[in-house]
Write a protein of this length. Structure first.
Length: 59
């Protein structure tokens, strides 16, 4: 079985993750820039979505 994930699926997943964290992509990016993450979950979210995501993909 092959599961195909579209760009829209990815965008929805990112939006939902940010919603659960209670922050925006820009907030996460700032946490990354300063190295001051609110929680471990925020740090892990950046590792998962930050390096390969642009703000255009999260709107």
């Amino acid at each position: 079985m092959v599961i195909v994930v579209t760009e829209l699926d990815t965008a929805h997943s990112i939006r939902n993750a940010l919603s659960r964290l209670g922050c925006t992509f820009e907030d996460l990016h700032e946490m990354h820039r300063t190295g001051d993450y609110a929680t471990l979950k925020h740090r892990l979210a950046w590792i998962a979505i930050g390096p390969t995501t642009t703000t255009a993909n999260t709107t």
